[in-house]
Design a binder for this molecule. Structure first.
Ligand SMILES: Cc1ncc(COP(=O)(O)O)c(C=O)c1O
Length: 383
């Protein structure tokens, strides 16, 4: 492995062979919910590019939009018209995005939201809940991150009303922002969401929803839409499924907070290259027109029910079903069993992640889900 020029095969921690299936370790092609490896073997996939694809790989409408953007030159000396058009289309679907800025990765967009919160409040400390990317501001104990930076960040407990209240109040005078992933394995309680809204307002801190996995999945507008959170968070971050696999992320929200962008420095040379903007515009059109989130919920619910049966039938190997219809996984009795189950499923042509999360897409239909459940039963039998 040390001879490879990309150590561990991949720049993404969660795509390393040891995190996934062992074999197949790499792929050459993907289409819909199917993937082909170097030997031409076909797999049904639930990794879905770690949730970056919700319409299916290589969706024809998205591809056509991307191809037109390539033909039109991709980048140029001036801001593209497509940037404002996409911002307007997003605002129509997600009204709490009064203004937006585009970036390339989720990590950048959450970091931008935190920067804007620091600009608005003049404060430094941040509480986070969930995964927000690899950049310095949100690392609790990562080597290479200065202690002074780590000291500004604390972890808020998910769905813990009393614990969250206490942490926010204790830091109130120094707290710039509370950043949360609204779904972490389980759904948030209404009480916790309302507490976050009320306590950040009370503390004068900015509430940021990191909807990188949940927007364009639970609803186009993510958890805020699904759980009808009012008033909406001050800032929201979108990414992943937003452009169906093309690299694009969004930070957006209250116009007065977004105006802070002109007082700080948030800038990226290729942030508005036209291919990802066009892909996102086409993705949004398909989502709104074809009721994609309803499909994800329906098919995901079928999968989730089936996983409960899988768990009951193989209770000594599978200890629990985790997650929600749109993003789920199984808990295994041991790490060895989890590895063995993932490998045996892959040998049968199924790429089913053994940790958070498996994602259904528009390309997964009921028949695919039923065959998936059969394959899972077969893989677990005799483990
Ligand atoms: C909730 C959340 N925030 C931020 C990120 C970071 O996004 P990226 O890997 O595009 O930088 C991720 C990626 O998994 C995520 O799931």
């Amino acid at each position: 492995m040390n001879d490879w020029r990309v150590p561990g095969f991949t720049s993404t921690g969660s795509k390393r062979p040891e995190s996934l299936f062992g074999t197949p370790a790499r792929m050459v092609r993907a289409s819909g919910c199917r993937v082909w490896d170097e030997d031409g073997r076909e797999y049904v996939d639930y990794v879905m590019a770690l949730g970056a694809v919700a319409l299916g790989y290589g969706h024809p409408e998205v591809n056509r939009a991307a191809e037109a953007a390539i033909a039109a030159g991709v980048v140029g000396p001036l801001p593209p018209v497509a940037e404002e058009e996409l911002a307007e289309a997003l605002g129509e679907q997600i009204p709490w995005l009064e203004q937006v800025r585009f970036l390339k990765t989720g990590a950048e967009a959450v970091a931008a939201a935190v920067r804007l919160a620091r600009v608005a409040t003049g404060r430094d400390e941040v509480l986070g809940c969930g995964y927000h990317g690899w950049l310095d501001w949100c690392q609790g104990a990562t080597e290479g991150v200065p202690a002074a930076v780590r000291g500004l960040f604390g972890e808020l407990p998910f769905n813990d009303v009393a614990g969250s209240r206490e942490m926010i109040r204790a830091r109130a005078p120094r707290l710039a922002a509370v950043v949360v992933e609204p779904v972490i394995v389980s759904e948030p309680t209404r009480e916790w969401l309302q507490l976050l809204r009320a306590e950040t307002e009370r503390a004068g801190a900015i509430l940021i929803f990191d909807e990188i996995k949940t927007a364009f999945r639970l609803a186009i507008g993510g958890a805020v839409a699904r759980y009808d959170l009012k008033p909406a968070p001050d800032l929201v971050v979108l990414g992943k499924a937003l452009a169906n696999g093309f690299p694009l992320a969004v930070v957006g929200g209250r116009a007065d907070l977004m105006a802070g962008a002109s007082r700080t420095w948030i800038s990226s040379t290729l942030a508005t290259e036209a291919v990802a903007l066009a892909a996102a515009r086409a993705t949004l059109t398909v989502f709104a027109r074809d009721g994609v989130c309803d499909h994800l919920h329906r098919v995901g619910t079928r999968l989730l029910h089936g996983l409960h049966e899988v768990q009951r039938s193989h209770a000594s190997v599978v200890t629990a079903v985790a997650g929600i219809a749109e993003m789920c996984f199984l808990h295994y009795a041991t790490e060895e069993l989890s590895r063995a189950a993932a490998q045996r499923a892959a040998q049968r042509g199924l790429l089913f992640k053994r940790t958070a999360y498996n994602f259904v897409s528009l390309a997964h239909d009921e028949g695919t889900v039923d065959r998936t459940l059969d394959m899972l039963h077969e893989s677990l039998r005799g483990i």
